[in-house]
Structures are given as C-alpha cells and as structure tokens.
Design a protein around this ligand. Structure first.
Ligand code: SF4
Length: 465
C-alpha cells in the first residue's frame, strides 16, 4: 500500500513548481495581503510530543470563506535523540518542498513570509481539511528525515492567535540569526552548500558561510553544519573552501569546484561578496534583492514584502524576475536580510557606501548594522520617489556615492550602451511561451556570441499583471 493511498490527491515531486492562480484557488493561507503569517519548527524533548498529533487553533478550511486570504501559522514540533536546536531551520525549510509535492497545493517563500494556496480542483477531489496536509507532512518528514522520531503539527487560523504567535516567531528567528554574528568566514575551513532550490533553478546553489547567510534567510552556517552532520547525503552538504583566490570578492577554489559540479558546468566561478562579475546565483526564494541603479552608480535594495514601485519605477516582482533562475546577472543580486547585517555585505562593491535607496521597513530592521555615518544618508520611499529626487537627496545629504561620481565622470555611468554584445544570452523558462510543452517542463535558449542591436525598446504592461 502506498504511503498516501488514503489521501484524495496525488503526492509527488512532479507537482513542485505548480502555480495556482487566484481564480483557481479555494483558499489562500498567508500571502502578501496578510500581515501575520509564519511557519515554525521547534525541537522538543521526546516526552513533550504526542507523535502524529494534528492540532487546530481556529477553524479548518471549511470554516474559511472560499476565495479569501487568511492569517495563518503552522507550528511543527519534532523530537529525536539526535535532534538539536540547530536543525530547526533546515527542517522548517523542507515545509516548502513537501507542501509543493501535493497536487493542487502551492507554497511560496519561508518563515514570516509564507504564501500557500489550495486549488479548487484538489478541494473538490476531497482535499478539504488541513488535517490531510498535516498527515502528508508527518509522513514525508518521518520518511525523509529518519532522525525525527516524534512529530506533531498545529495549524493556527484564529487571527488573534496568529498575531500573538507571529511576535514570538519573529523573536525566535532573530535569535537563530544572531548566533553566527561575530564569526568570520576566515576562521572556518568549511562552508555549506544547499541545493534544495535546484528543482526550481537547476544551476543554483547557495553557499552558506558564517558571513553570508542563505538567500532565503532560513539557513545559517550553524544550521548547515548540524544538517550536514546528521544527513550527509541530503541537499545541505559540506564545502571545503580550499585556497583563497581573492579575499575582497570572496572567491575560493573549493567553492568554485563545487559550483561547477553542482551546476553541471553552467556556473564556473562565484564571488561571494559582490553583485558584479561572478556574483552568487539567485534561485527565486531570496528575501530581498540588491539592484543596480546605473544613473547614479549605486544600489537600491528591496525586500519581498515591499509592494510599491521602487525608486527606479520597478516593483519587487519585476526586479525578482530579472534576478532569479540560478543565473549570474550583473547588478541584480538576490540576498537575505541577515546578509545585510554582515560586514562582508557587498564588500567588493564598496558595501554600504554604494547603497542609495531602500524601503523604510527594511531600513528600520537593520538600522543598527548600517554604519552610523551613512544611515541617515540613505533615503527611503518616504524621502524620494524618482531618480532625480534621489540624486538631489544624495547630494544634499553628502552620501559617499557623491564622491564616487566626482572620481568617475557621471556621464560614463549614465550612458546606456547603444549596442550590446552578449557573449551568452539565456532566456529563462517561461520567458517565451511554447505551445505543446508539457506543464512544468523548462527549457533554455542559449545564443553564444550574439550581437544585439535595438533601435527602440518598448516595455508594455500586460493587462491584469
Ligand atoms: S534559498 Fe538557498 S539555502 Fe534557501 S532553500 Fe534555496 S538553495 Fe537552500
């Protein structure tokens, strides 16, 4: 008997990447319109857990109005003789993968940022209770991570309780993140790789170091260490960093070798502390993005929850599309919020001296880690809304970027090349619709040494997007 015979929908890796549009959804849990949402794994002692228990705080799916989004929390408690606190982050990150195995269930992002949708079709097939979701998760966790001896799952849908728990979970994430602060990449011989997102971005590999937190913001160097120890054949593994090639950009021989192997030769080199040249690749689950603003030769940074246009007129979704897919895109750099607290943050690009815009929410969160002499010189959406206003603000407030303009004539940075020679141009899956291509199957077009000349470029908004 299959492990999921009693579940009314199919379960399998082929459903990863399935997208559920608003009009096709029975219900949304969390998502960008909800302030309060979270997923949390907590390690407990064996006697604290009732193995297999599925609990509810608030109504089940039938008590939620069809087609609505709802505050939502999922708490998974695990126990086992080998389980330690450092494993929580990685177990938590697997929720994303396992929920996406369910036909008609979509899970995006992580931690305080989750968005989950159940399709009407799967609901009508009988997947009409979160209890079924709990059952699937418990079975997958126990079979994929045998060190979990006991597990219980609680779904929280009561809005007041979700809000209460949200506060607690934010404190827990913060204390996890703070652990690696103060450690340096130079003092360890081993980094950790995570290939979990290769199902979405086959050439992507996160390199997790003490000073460069994973892009999703969910896995620290300590989490990587604990996971690689307990599950050495799993998606999180050791990388011997090997000889240092360049301390400024953060390039290591051992890292390059692993990246080449894991990306099947697509990515040759990675420099950990820069957004130019050979930047760390970006899958699509990054918490935020640094984006180059060529007119002013500086970076804006935007996070996933920011819903308005950024100062250059693009919103997070557009910037994210330009960045994602496991590619190395000059000037577009997926990152975690915790990496912005690191002394190595964009070190090779002049770090904070080069950051010229960010949303207020993110600035408030990391304020204590921005050099005090710069913090008030970086404007937010409250201060400026166009590139011209941004330029004026930077000049009036003496942002260090202004000195940079003096050193390198601004015109050079501003001029967009009339003709672009692209040694390799890659179109990501989905960029070009191909009829008859099976759902979920990606493809890539590579134009080697192409010369592209355009008289005019027209950007049009598509209706409803
Ligand atoms: S973003 Fe990176 S660390 Fe996070 S799950 Fe994906 S590959 Fe792993």
């Amino acid at each position: 008997m299959s492990m999921f015979e009693d579940i009314p929908v199919d379960i399998g890796i082929i459903y990863e990447g399935e997208r559920i549009r608003g009009r096709d959804m029975q219900i949304e849990l969390g998502g960008p319109r909800e302030k309060y949402k979270f997923e949390l794994v907590q390690a407990r002692s064996l006697d604290e857990i009732e193995d297999g228990k599925i609990g509810f705080v608030g109504p089940d799916i039938d008590g939620l109005e069809q087609g609505t989004n709802n505050p939502f929390g999922i708490l998974i408690e695990v126990a086992g003789k080998e389980i330690e606190k450092d494993l929580e982050g990685v177990i938590e990150r697997r929720i994303h993968e396992y929920v996406n195995f369910i036909e008609g269930f979509m899970h995006l992002n992580q931690r305080y940022d989750i968005q989950m949708r159940l399709s009407k079709k799967s609901y009508e097939k009988g997947f009409n209770s979160l209890r079924l979701l709990g059952e699937v998760l418990i079975r997958l966790f126990k079979s994929e991570m045998p060190f979990i001896e006991k597990i219980q799952v609680t779904f929280i849908t009561d809005p007041v309780k979700v809000e209460e728990w949200y506060g607690k979970t934010m404190e827990i994430y913060e204390s996890r993140d703070a652990r690696a602060r103060g450690m340096s990449d130079d003092e360890v011989d081993v980094f950790y790789g995570c290939s979990l997102c290769q199902s979405f971005a086959p050439t992507h590999l996160c390199v997790i170091t003490p000073q460069r937190y994973a892009n999703c913001g969910a896995i620290s160097w300590f989490d990587g260490r604990a996971t690689a120890k307990i599950d050495p054949k799993g998606p999180v593994f050791e990388i011997m960093k090997g000889d240092l090639i360049d301390s400024e950009t953060g390039e290591y021989e051992g890292v390059n070798k692993v990246i080449r192997d894991k990306s099947l030769g697509e990515i040759e080199r990675v420099q950990l502390y820069t957004a130019f040249g050979y930047p760390h690749t970006s899958c699509g689950c990054f918490e935020g993005c640094a984006f180059y603003i060529p007119e002013l030769d500086g970076f804006g940074v935007v996070h996933r929850n920011y819903r308005d246009e950024t100062v250059n007129g693009l919103n997070f979704v557009t910037i994210s599309d330009l960045t994602a897919g496991g590619r190395q895109v000059d000037g577009f750099h997926g990152l975690s919020i915790e990496y912005m607290r690191s002394p190595k943050f964009l070190q090779a690009d002049d770090g904070w001296n080069r950051v010229i815009w960010m949303p207020e929410e993110i600035k408030e969160r990391i304020k204590d880690f921005i050099p005090p002499e710069i913090v008030d010189k970086i404007p937010t959406e409250k201060d400026v809304s166009t590139i011209d206003e941004l330029r004026t603000f930077l000049e009036e407030n003496g942002h260090p970027i202004v000195e940079r303009w003096a050193e390198a004539p601004a015109a050079e940075a501003i001029e967009a090349p009339a003709e672009v020679t692209a040694p390799t141009l890659e179109l990501s899956p989905g960029a070009v619709p191909i009829q008859g291509l099976p759902a979920g199957m990606g493809f890539k077009i590579i134009l080697k040494n192409a010369k592209i000349k355009a008289e005019k470029m027209i950007l049009k908004l598509e209706k409803g997007k």
